[in-house]
Design a protein around this ligand. Structure first.
Ligand SMILES: NC(=O)c1ccc[n+]([C@@H]2O[C@H](COP(=O)([O-])OP(=O)(O)OC[C@H]3O[C@@H](n4cnc5c(N)ncnc54)[C@H](O)[C@@H]3O)[C@@H](O)[C@H]2O)c1
Length: 280
């Protein structure tokens, strides 16, 4: 089981919340019993609705006092702008020692400390590959959660989605959001662009899409296998004066792909700080 005998409340069962819940419910990874999980969301839809139906998970539109009594872990996955009001509604109901894990981009620990005085809070940044156990989550603890047993409890829960890393400096979470939180979207965009380019060169659309998906996932699997870092693996594909070199030269023309990626991560990091300020 994923730590504790109490109920795990997922507040905000949208895209990220349901990706996390899929990991908790996977027997080999999360092993959270469906009757120990409650979805708290006024509008249960999509993947979360499917999970609720498949596993018979209880669903409420807000955390009522009776349900809240049995809660020992809360994962908060509402939009950053809704964190404040959601916490205000929760604060008086949650048991004092309930662990709160927030995945809201940008929302700082101090916003939680202000509303949940003394409660252990972990601010975490996961990503959607958590749904298949291939995600990565970076965490930072507030003072009340800065304790091995509490960190272990959070790690155990978040590990159902993949790797878990901890940092001590909360300011790093913005850069983490820019790299791994938003990162899957950059990779998906690259995959879309690769398929579209193949189609533009005359490949049938469905073949171009299959080639792009196989290439992105094959390259990712090689990185994961650890038979070399990204630079070494890239060199293995690149014959001097060959086709890959011609393609890479085009990717590096002008300001080049590294500069575009640098700008993307920086823009996401900046937006994360803005979301934090807007959530105050
Ligand atoms: N989507 C991602 O890749 C990703 C990655 C990391 C972190 N996050 C963070 O996760 C959070 C949710 O993002 P998302 O993409 O899943 O958004 P989403 O819109 O898919 O999900 C948000 C959910 O919150 C629900 N909700 C709204 N008000 C609520 C309330 N008062 N109580 C309970 N539930 C309520 C909505 O009905 C919705 O289902 C955000 O804070 C985001 O920064 C998202």
């Amino acid at each position: 089981m994923s730590g504790g005998d109490g109920t795990l409340a997922l507040i905000g069962a949208g895209r990220m919340g349901s990706a996390l819940a899929a990991g908790w419910l996977a027997k080999t990874r999360g092993g959270v019993a469906p009757d120990k999980l409650v979805f708290v969301d006024p509008q249960l839809a999509g993947r979360a609705a499917e999970l609720a139906e498949t596993y018979g998970i209880r669903h409420v539109s807000e955390l009522d006092a009776e349900t809240a009594k049995g809660v020992d872990r809360v994962v908060l996955a509402v939009k950053p702008g809704l964190v404040g009001e959601t916490l205000d509604a929760l604060a008086g109901r949650l048991p004092d020692d309930a662990l709160v894990i927030s995945v809201a981009a940008g929302v700082p620990l101090k916003s939680f400390d202000k509303r949940l005085a003394g409660r252990p809070v972990v601010r975490a940044m996961p990503n959607t590959p958590a749904a298949i156990g291939k995600g990565v989550t970076v965490c930072v603890a507030n003072e009340a959660a800065d304790d091995t047993a509490i960190r272990d409890k959070a790690t155990k829960l978040l590990k159902a989605g993949g790797q878990v890393e901890w940092v001590d400096d909360e300011r790093l979470l913005g850069a983490v959001t820019g790299v791994s939180g938003s990162g899957p979207a950059y990779v998906f965009l690259f995959c879309e662009a690769l398929a579209a380019a193949g189609e533009a060169e005359g490949l049938p659309r469905d073949l171009a899409e299959r080639l792009a998906v196989a290439t992105v996932s094959g390259a990712g699997a090689m990185l994961e296998a650890g038979d070399g870092d990204a630079r070494e693996l890239r060199r293995m594909v690149t014959s001097p004066g060959g086709t890959t070199q011609a393609g890479l030269d085009a990717l590096m023309a002008g300001s080049g792909l590294p500069s575009l990626v640098r700008n993307a991560v920086s823009a996401a990091e900046r937006r994360s700080r803005q979301l934090g300020n807007e959530s105050e």
